[in-house]
Design a protein around this ligand. Structure first.
Ligand code: G3P
Length: 217
């Protein structure tokens, strides 16, 4: 399963990119606003830092303007994936851009029916928001299971990109379901390394090693 970083913060991306676990980046208008920096400059810098897909979202709501914005975003770098919302206009734009060979990430997906339409529109990625479904008492992971099943039934190439991830368990559940990608906040990737028994076991190993008086180098 691929791991994408869900952030527009350049420092956060720089801090984690050298781990080798950053397969791509996703942004959205809220993350860009949070970064405090210019969208075009930020996406260009991220595309320099990360060779995998970098999602940049349109902000128009009509198909004609979405297309103009999408083409401008796609022109920033070859690894830009244009993000469009799961609306009728968004899927029309997805079809046009995908037909031209542009990667499209269809975002704000909350149902299997929506995901089916996105795949039919040629989306490279579908982004179901599991955390926001959990937030309202639904089960985000049930949606992931439905989408993975539907796409497998018809051998649809659209990649399931689990988004709105709230913690490590979402990543594990997504992998158990066979999702292609999880896009995670930087703190979740950092948390994936951690387990108290690992820390405890390492401390014990090093304490016992110290007693030997030996050194490897
Ligand atoms: O990639 C989508 C993600 O940024 C949304 O997360 O926490 O706002 O639901 P959240």
């Amino acid at each position: 399963m691929k791991l994408f970083l869900d952030t527009a913060n350049i420092d956060e991306i720089k801090a984690l990119k050298d781990t080798g676990f950053v397969d791509g980046v996703t942004t959205n208008p809220s993350l860009i606003a949070k970064s405090g920096h210019d969208l075009m400059d930020t996406i260009a810098e991220i595309c320099e830092l990360v060779s995998g897909p970098v999602s940049a979202e349109v902000t128009a709501t009509d198909a004609d303007t979405m297309l103009k914005e999408g083409l401008k975003l796609a022109a920033i770098a070859d690894n830009v994936a244009v993000k469009v919302p799961l609306t009728e206009a968004g899927l029309m734009t997805c079809k046009t851009l995908s037909d031209q060979g542009t990667m499209v990430n269809v975002t704000l997906c909350f149902s299997a029916a929506q995901a089916l339409l996105a795949a039919k529109a040629g989306a490279k990625f579908i982004s179901p928001f599991v955390g926001r479904l959990d937030d309202i008492g639904s089960d985000g992971m049930t949606l992931i299971e439905e989408i993975v099943t539907i796409y497998a039934n018809y051998d649809m190439p659209t990649e399931v990109l689990v988004a709105s991830v709230r913690g490590v368990q979402h990543v594990v559940d997504a992998a158990m379901m066979g999702a292609d990608v999880a896009t995670v906040p930087p703190q979740v990737i950092s948390a994936m390394f951690k387990h108290p028994l690992t820390d405890k076991g390492l401390a014990a190993f090093l304490t016992d090693w110290e007693k030997t008086g030996q050194s490897i180098l």
